[in-house]
Every structure is written in C-alpha cells, then in structure tokens.
Write a protein that binds this ligand. Structure first.
Ligand SMILES: Nc1ncnc2c1ncn2[C@@H]1O[C@H](COP(=O)(O)OP(=O)(O)OP(=O)(O)O)[C@@H](O)[C@H]1O
Length: 180
C-alpha cells in the first residue's frame, strides 16, 4: 500500500511519516530524495524544483507493489492508495516557519496556502482517498494514532475537519497583502 503524507511546509510531515512508517512496518520515502536520485529535480537555492508529472509516473511505477509512506508536500501527486493531508493552525505554521528562519515572503505564501486549503484541494483533485488530520495541539504520536485508527476502521475519505476562516485576524501580521 502507498500512503502519501502531504501538507503545507512545517506541519510535521516528516516527523509523522517516519513514525507512521515505523508503526506500520512500511518503508519511508522522501519525495525530495527520490526526485533527486532519479534526476527529476533541479536544486534551486535551498529548494528542489520537481517535475511533478515525471514524479507521479516514476514513483507510481517504483512503489506500485510496495508498502511505503511517501513524505513531502508534493507526495499527493504520486498515485497512492491513501493521501493523508496534515493540517496545522496557520498561526502555528507561521511560528514554525519563522523559527526556521524563512524569509518573510516565503513565510507569508505558506501561511496563506494553509489558510485557504491549497494542498487539500490539490490532493482532492487527484485522489478520492483523502484523510485530513488536524495536528494542532497534538503530539506526533497522537497524530499517528489518529491516522492508524482511521486506517484500521477502513476509512478512506475524511475531509472538512478544519476551518481556518476565523484564523485570519491571528495571521494578518504574517501576510504580505500585496506588499511585496
Ligand atoms: N505534532 C507536533 N507538535 C509539535 N512540534 C512538531 C509536531 N510535528 C512536528 N513538529 C516540529 O515541527 C517542525 C517541522 O516538522 P517537520 O520537519 O516534520 O515538518 P514538515 O511538514 O516535514 O516540513 P517540510 O515540509 O518543510 O519538510 C520540527 O521542528 C518538528 O520537530
């Protein structure tokens, strides 16, 4: 089974993916490492620009009969049996990315993306089996327990668990609002 773990930068994908793969006895795969190994990504500054169509094709073929947890904010492009979209209150996203030293513009773009569900919408456009999980205020272990309970219960789709529309005032200081 292929499980893709996606979400806005900083929501905890790597932490949760590693723990989830250990609990399930699955291999852990980083999209970024896979793309670099296969020559599907070009380093661009401290980022990697990945050809998502090539990623979908190559990862789909490489892992089709494997049990893997695929980690990365592009992992929902890979044909997966299940896509887990991790969500985190945009203010917490902002604080985590700030602590990582993200430049103001990049921080604002990602906080806004979390606010308006960008990754969730992309995931739903590509895959019917989407589990949305709110990680806000939860430990990585609690998040993994929630995912495992959904999988054990045979749940293939659960979306609509968060609504960040009330978060706007909290995150205004982090947004650029056209001032770039
Ligand atoms: N549930 C959690 N509670 C508190 N802190 C967490 C939680 N999950 C992850 N973190 C912390 O948040 C930071 C970001 O986590 P992580 O690298 O797993 O996120 P990510 O979504 O994989 O980020 P990126 O997309 O940039 O790779 C790390 O410092 C991690 O220790």
């Amino acid at each position: 089974m292929i499980i893709a773990v996606t979400g806005t930068p900083g929501v905890g994908k790597t932490t949760v993916s590693k723990l989830l793969s250990e609990r399930l006895g699955y291999d852990y795969v980083s999209v970024k490492d896979f793309a670099l190994e296969r020559g599907l990504g070009e380093p661009a500054g401290d980022e990697v620009e990945i050809d998502v169509d090539a990623l979908a094709k190559e990862a789909g073929a490489a892992f089709q009969d494997e049990d893997v947890v695929i980690d990365g904010h592009l992992s929902h492009h890979v044909p997966a049996d299940l896509v887990v979209v991790l969500r985190l209150h945009p203010k917490d996203v902002a604080e985590r990315l700030k602590a990582r030293g993200y430049p103001r513009k990049k921080l604002a773009e990602n906080v806004e993306a979390e606010l308006i569900d960008v990754i969730l919408v992309e995931a739903l456009e590509r895959n019917g089996n989407v589990l949305e999980v709110d990680t806000t205020g939860k430990t990585p272990e609690e998040v993994v327990e929630e995912i495992l309970a959904l999988i054990d219960g045979g749940v293939k789709r659960r979306v609509g668990v968060v609504d960040w529309s009330n978060a706007y005032d909290d995150i205004l200081p982090y947004l650029m609002l056209g001032n770039d």
